[in-house]
Design a protein around this ligand. Structure first.
Ligand code: AMP
Length: 252
């Protein structure tokens, strides 16, 4: 089976984003970038699937795909160092909206015929939470979103989903699209020897035009602003004073 893992290069989650002075977006100049955390979880899950299947003598190929600037190749290399087999970089100058990403992924799925696509539930830069769902719709495949467990059973995959106030398990007929939630697994660190090995793994470079996809944006950003600054707190002498203050503020 082939597993396709789309990974997005985003601003590192440890970095506090700064809004550009003209409010047109987030300043990415000289900012540390990294693989979207949910995509790391997807790569980890794909590698675990490969390891489990290997024990049963079944082969799995993991293809890591990223749509983005030339530097997204570094993000693909991280996926390859974690255990991916080969990569596809679809190089673009501008950020691509989820629908166009889904269309490109659909074309890659048509060409590669994977049995499973595992995407992140959301990219932490735009918080869209759309790509996996739109890809499943374009393919006409079943989807299991917000996965906290992924278990294969014959030609089906059981996906436990994190829903409000509980868990729901759904059975999907393969091929299928799964999107990963935070509690699915803890991604491994790529070891130095694996980082070195990953340098030799192949990465194909393509463009959206190779897949016949028009990536012209459909949205224009009106304005991006910083979150409201939190007001300074106040230290109180004891619990009684705290309760009195909360009462007078109508909080209790
Ligand atoms: P989003 O719908 O943008 O929140 O992204 C959800 C998931 O779709 C991500 O975690 C990735 O798995 C995938 N994805 C979104 N954008 C890209 C991209 N430019 N390249 C590769 N995968 C992407």
């Amino acid at each position: 089976m082939k597993v396709l893992v789309p990974v997005k290069r985003v601003i590192d989650f440890n970095v506090r984003p700064r809004v550009k002075a003209d409010q047109t977006g987030v300043d990415l100049a000289n900012v540390k970038m990294a693989m979207n955390p949910f995509c790391e979880i997807s790569v980890e899950e794909a590698v675990r699937i490969k390891e489990t299947r290997a024990k049963a003598g079944q082969e799995t190929e993991i293809v890591i795909v990223s749509i983005g600037p030339a530097q997204a190749q570094e993000t693909i290399r991280i996926g390859l160092a974690m255990g991916g087999d080969r990569g596809i970089l679809v190089q673009t100058d501008e950020a691509v909206e989820p629908l166009a990403v889904a269309k490109i992924l659909k074309a890659i799925v048509d060409a590669e015929q994977p049995g499973l696509v595992i995407a992140g539930k959301q990219a932490i830069d735009d918080d869209s939470n759309q790509t996996g769902q739109m890809l499943a719709a374009l393919l006409g495949w079943p989807q299991g979103t917000f996965a906290s467990a992924v278990v294969f059973e014959g030609d089906k995959v059981n996906v436990t989903r994190e829903v409000d106030g509980g868990l729901q398990t759904v059975a999907l007929q393969l091929p299928a699209v799964v999107t990963t939630d935070l509690r699915l697994n803890e991604p491994r660190f790529a070891s130095l020897p694996n980082i070195m090995k990953a340098k030799k793994k192949p990465i194909d470079t393509k463009t959206p035009a190779d897949y016949g996809v028009d990536v012209t944006p459909r949205l224009s950003v009106v304005k991006v602003t910083e979150p409201k600054k939190r007001e300074a707190g106040e230290k109180v002498a004891d619990v009684d004073t705290l309760i009195a203050k909360l009462k007078s503020a109508g909080a209790i």
